[in-house]
Design a protein around this ligand. Structure first.
Ligand SMILES: Cc1cc2nc3c(=O)[nH]c(=O)nc-3n(C[C@H](O)[C@H](O)[C@H](O)COP(=O)(O)O)c2cc1C
Length: 179
């Protein structure tokens, strides 16, 4: 009798989970409240370089210094990060919104976006923009492949500060990436 009561309650619990429905409008509004910076992620595979605008970036650990970045699974750069296990993150100045736009728009060929933004190779051989607040180079230490983006975790191995100043953030651009 007791067993059957417990089994019924258990069934009720699982039924209630099944009945849960996500309010997608609320989810979108709330997730878009997460504050984001705007960065140019750089990748290199041999002679091929590429870069794209990334906003899903945050720090993940002080020691070792880790950064976490969500990358579209179907992007060109995703495949390069998986193959080479490294990436750079360039911090844009607050007045570099136009450059951020160049780096999310379609390009003629891989790496073509860098025609608008000269770069120098860092110690890991990754593209670091010459004109930006600065940039870091990271070695991949982990990844979580689930859904339409992969969460990459990178250990910061080099850092080049060009000129400290206010960095570009997503809210100031009026753009959205998230929700
Ligand atoms: C405001 C904004 C923020 C973006 N943030 C990201 C991001 O965090 N991760 C990502 O993978 N793509 C992000 N994108 C999309 C990429 O910049 C875009 O898909 C790019 O074309 C990928 O380039 P690739 O295919 O050459 O690697 C963002 C786009 C916009 C407009």
């Amino acid at each position: 009798m007791i067993e059957s009561y417990a089994a019924d309650r258990c069934l009720d619990f699982w039924k209630s989970l099944g009945a849960m429905s996500l309010d997608t409008d609320a989810k979108k509004v709330l997730l878009r409240k997460i504050p984001h910076g705007l960065f140019i992620c750089g990748v290199r595979d041999g002679d091929d370089v590429n870069g794209f605008t990334a906003s899903w970036v945050t720090q993940g650990s002080f020691e070792p210094p880790l950064v976490v970045m969500g990358v579209r699974a179907d992007s060109s750069s995703h495949a390069i990060i998986e193959a080479t296990k490294r990436f750079s993150l360039n911090v844009l100045r607050a007045d570099q919104k136009n450059l951020a736009a160049v780096f999310f728009k379609p390009q003629k060929g891989l790496g073509g976006r860098f025609e608008s933004a000269p770069f120098t190779e860092g110690e890991l051989g990754l593209p670091l923009l010459d004109d930006a607040v600065g940039g870091v180079e990271c070695e991949l230490v982990g990844s979580l492949k689930h859904g339409d983006h992969t969460v990459f975790v990178g250990a910061v191995k080099s850092a080049r500060l060009i000129a400290d100043g206010e960095a570009l953030n997503l809210a100031s651009t009026g753009w959205n990436y998230g929700g």
